[in-house]
Design a protein around this ligand. Sequence first.
Ligand SMILES: Cc1cc2nc3c(=O)[nH]c(=O)nc-3n(C[C@H](O)[C@H](O)[C@H](O)COP(=O)(O)OP(=O)(O)OC[C@H]3O[C@@H](n4cnc5c(N)ncnc54)[C@H](O)[C@@H]3O)c2cc1C
Length: 332
Amino acid sequence: MAAAKKHILVLGAGISGLQTSLSLLRRGYRVTIIASHTPGDFSPSYTSPWAGGHWRSHAGTSPSDSALRSYDSGTYKAWTQMLNAAYTTRDAKGRAESAVMGIRYKSICFNPPKYLDYLFKKVQELGVKVIKISVDTASGLSGVVRSVKVVLGKNGLDEVFAMVNCTGLAARHFLENDEAKSLFPIRGQTILVKGEAEMTRTLVGIPDAPESEMLYVVPRPGTGTTILGGCKQVGNWSEEVDKELNERIVARMKRFGLCDELRGQGGDFEVLSYQVGFRPGRTGGPRVEVEDKGKIDGIWVVHNYGHSGAGYQNSIGCAEEVLRLLEPLSIN
Ligand SMILES: Cc1cc2nc3c(=O)[nH]c(=O)nc-3n(C[C@H](O)[C@H](O)[C@H](O)COP(=O)(O)OP(=O)(O)OC[C@H]3O[C@@H](n4cnc5c(N)ncnc54)[C@H](O)[C@@H]3O)c2cc1C
């Protein structure tokens, strides 16, 4: 196989970097990860631990969404196979008051920090070398490639033939102007409550609410907890928890009865924590492609970032696309 034993650097250890690494390792590549944050860390600059944790595709039916559909469905198929042994389904029932239409589908819910830990352990078992360091981004993409080479050298590792850029929102610090401008935060705020909801439920288009606010309920299997959300606030970098938004989420959950099974005797939820995270938004959708400048300092760069609110549900599909893009490059 052409890929066998070729060395690849993955920059980033969020869901995109970890899944890409796992898929590369399984295909026979040698992989080194460089990342400033790894599973177990919690930081506003590290989106992955803050995710809600369900599969709900945002891809539409238009031809321009065909890549999104294939990334999401690739992940759905892989997860469904993975879960086969312990697969349980529950019938959706009811429809929120005043809802004009509803869609029922089999979703998959997961606990993001736990899933990151699982992937991190898996890639290390398969021999990945992890270097926890922040790469200098002041001199653009070519500066990043040079810095990466220096880090590899200092760690006694041989040169890589390609680097996969999985830096999420941080890619805006080193990519060229127009590309950097296309990246923006989509702020999310969630409430972790006690009890596991029967199933995931979403309500969009809430009467009297801004379009940036919606409701979603995501049980975290096996933890006795559930995530309640939320919002999608484009361009908002505020790390502060918005208390009024929390109140609106709770009031709407009660009003529309989205997870009444979690309410205690007094009718309230038992709140465990509040979270804020920044989805890596990108105009035009995720970027999964080979850098169009060709090799930089002798290294191919493949991008895999800009996954907005879909980084988990498209992770395996995107990693498969990275493999497909690398295949012809690894022959040369
Ligand atoms: C509230 C909320 C709910 C969400 N719910 C869902 C959901 O239910 N389902 C779903 O699919 N998605 C969901 N998402 C979206 C998902 O979380 C993101 O799309 C995903 O986490 C992005 O992952 P990433 O690996 O691309 O980026 P990140 O997780 O941000 O990882 C970036 C990595 O790059 C590293 N890095 C960056 N710069 C450097 C540097 N200079 N040097 C070294 N390392 C660097 C970082 O340290 C980190 O390791 C949600 C997001 C939020 C905020």
